[in-house]
Write a protein that binds this ligand. Structure first.
Ligand code: 9MR
Length: 565
């Protein structure tokens, strides 16, 4: 194991399930055979490299080393005589459990308005920042009851990303993804502990973490009319400083229809989930349901109030130049909100006059496109809801067509992954594209019980942990080639050499909007730089971490129950 690993051998740097697929990608035309060696250097498996593949993004040549048939637990390296060795990896049950835990703990590190003591945060302990107990109502949000500069209290929540602002739209998809994970695999979370302050209560840690942000979300609803402020923000981004060093005034800005509908969906879903915790969390579920309905009514009266930061800044002061999460189409948010309210109340009225767009193309979830979250919910509760068969069939067809499309021509892909087939996959936050494709494939598995979908989802987890064109494992704290310099204020300012762990780097993004000078490639799949300047390829964000938690935890839950059969 003493050799320096070859950068041309790319694999999941953590390892593999004994019964799962196991692959490495070898770049260039190096030899034709490979071996696996154990810790004492003994050859335990021999194999041949597969056919030559050419990347559609870079033109680079690669071949696959497939050792799936080798199932013996242990620690190994892969060696190609003419090239060298891979980094060490492990074959064992529950290989991604620590990944899933760390990715969920990533949210703990993003908590606003609280100190993170060493007991839970280790060397990344820090004092509380952003109490958010005296937040100003921005001129754009002024109302009779809450005039400009009126003070409200809006503490807790998670910091959005590398910055310290809190945005309802991005919280929406994040919460929906985490709550869906719980609803898809409730049993798995009974014993899934992440060492957070609430770990000793009788609520699953996943839900405890969700509650931290839920409590904040409640405060973003105007009690007078039910509408929801688009975001809570500084006018300008804080400097690269720790949370407790920040002292700029914070504002809630105008209400928007997209934020309000995302809020509806989250509150309705939370109302459903917390109904099972009435004893532990008295009245929480009902409060969620009431908040959801009230917000829905606001959105009915205000169907198209879009957030345009430019327009707002023309009319009101101070200008806000932080994340906009502006979106000119609220149709998908309406689909999601109506589906969640319907699943909560079983009242079909919520589906009236909503086009579920089943004749259109399926679109993967992202902060500005959430209809899939509504689809997943309709499918999840198909049996108890007794939804109109035509709608269910339309949704199912959308999901399955997309999943099958992803699976096509996998054997031609340079990394044998669904991720990266299309150059469009390498958008800002491409890591979340990979993770959300994984979730979609898991939904396809749930519809069909066909394991080919789980195998492809696992391939995308391999992508995120190293089997990709950058050679990095994108989850901080994990892998032999780790992301060390994410665009993340605490990681930059805390004086600890390792970044805060369990955070998913955005990943390759050929847009290179940050104009960092340290990119070494323009190819879409390589357009990544492990540099704190790179907010376009190396930031972290809650809406990217959530699908990472989903994919890694779901794999664990599925491997225990499904793949071994
Ligand atoms: O994830 C967002 C991406 O889709 C947008 O293209 C980009 C520019 O508007 O913004 C990203 O979101 C950022 C947000 O605006 C502010 N916090 C950090 C987010 C991740 O970079």
């Amino acid at each position: 194991m003493a050799q320096k690993p070859s950068a041309d051998i790319r694999l999941n740097q953590i390892g593999f399930y004994p019964k799962g697929d196991k692959m490495a990608v070898v770049l260039g035309e190096n030899g034709s055979a490979f071996v696996l060696k154990n810790l004492s250097g003994k050859v335990v498996f021999k194999g041949n490299l597969g056919h030559v593949r050419t990347s559609q993004h870079s033109g680079k040549i690669s071949r696959l080393a497939d050792f799936s048939t080798f199932q013996k637990p242990g620690k190994y390296v892969l060696e190609i005589p003419s090239l060298g060795q891979s980094s060490g990896f492990e074959i064992k049950e529950q290989i991604h459990k620590e990944i899933a835990k760390a990715a969920l703990r990533g949210f703990y590190y993003q908590r606003a308005s609280t100190d993170l003591p060493g007991k839970f945060a280790g060397k990344w302990a820090r004092p509380a920042g952003h109490p958010d107990d005296k937040v100003r109502v921005h001129a754009s949000a002024a109302s009779d009851q809450r005039p400009e500069n009126f003070i409200i209290s809006s503490p807790k929540g998670w910091y959005d990303a590398g910055d310290y602002n809190k945005y309802i739209v991005n919280s929406g998809i994040t919460m929906g993804t985490l709550l869906s994970l719980y609803e898809d695999f409730p049993g798995y979370f009974e014993t899934f502990h992440t060492n957070i302050p609430e770990s000793n209560n009788s609520v699953p840690d996943l839900l405890d973490e969700v509650i931290w942000n839920l409590r904040w979300m409640f405060t973003m609803q105007d009690p007078a009319d039910g509408g929801v402020y688009h975001k809570l923000t500084n006018p300008r981004f804080d400097g690269m400083i720790m949370p407790d060093a920040c002292d700029k005034p914070r504002y809630v800005v105008q209400k928007s229809t997209t934020a309000t509908l995302d809020f509806v969906a989250v509150m309705a879903q939370a109302g459903r989930v917390f109904k099972n915790f009435e004893l532990e969390l008295p009245a929480l579920a009902d409060s969620c349901a009431v908040a959801a309905v009230k917000a829905w009514e606001w959105a009915e009266k205000n169907p198209r109030i879009h957030y345009s930061q430019e327009e707002m800044n023309k009319k009101f002061d101070p200008d806000a130049v932080t994340g906009a999460y502006g979106d000119r189409n609220e149709g998908d948010e309406r689909i999601w909100a109506s589906a969640e309210l319907y699943a909560l109340t079983h009242k079909e009225d919520y589906l009236n006059n909503i086009s579920f767009e089943t004749e259109k193309q399926f679109l993967l979830p992202s902060w500005n496109q959430v209809k899939a979250l509504g689809y997943y919910t309709i499918l999840r509760f198909n049996e108890s809801l007794k939804t109109e068969a035509k709608l269910v069939a339309g949704i199912k067809q959308q999901v399955m067509t997309y999943a099958d499309e992803l699976l096509k021509d996998l054997d031609k892909q340079p990394y044998q992954t669904v991720m990266g087939k299309s150059v469009k996959d390498y958008a800002w936050g491409s890591s979340a594209v990979a993770a959300n494709q994984g979730i979609l494939l898991i939904q396809a598995f749930r519809q069909t019980n066909d394991k080919k979908y789980i195998r492809a989802a696992l391939g995308n987890l391999d992508y995120l942990l190293g089997r990709n064109a950058t050679g990095y494992s994108f989850l901080t704290g994990f892998g032999s080639r780790q992301v060390m310099h994410p665009h993340h204020r605490p990681s930059i300012a805390d004086g600890v050499s390792e970044p805060v762990p369990g955070l998913l780097s955005g990943g390759p993004n050929p847009g290179q909007q940050d104009k960092c000078t340290t990119y070494t490639s323009k190819f879409a799949d390589e357009s990544f730089t492990d540099d704190a300047c790179s907010f376009a390829s190396n930031e972290i964000a809650i809406n990217w971490n959530a699908p990472m938690v989903y994919l890694s935890a779901a794999m664990e839950a599925l491997m225990v129950n499904e793949v071994k059969k």
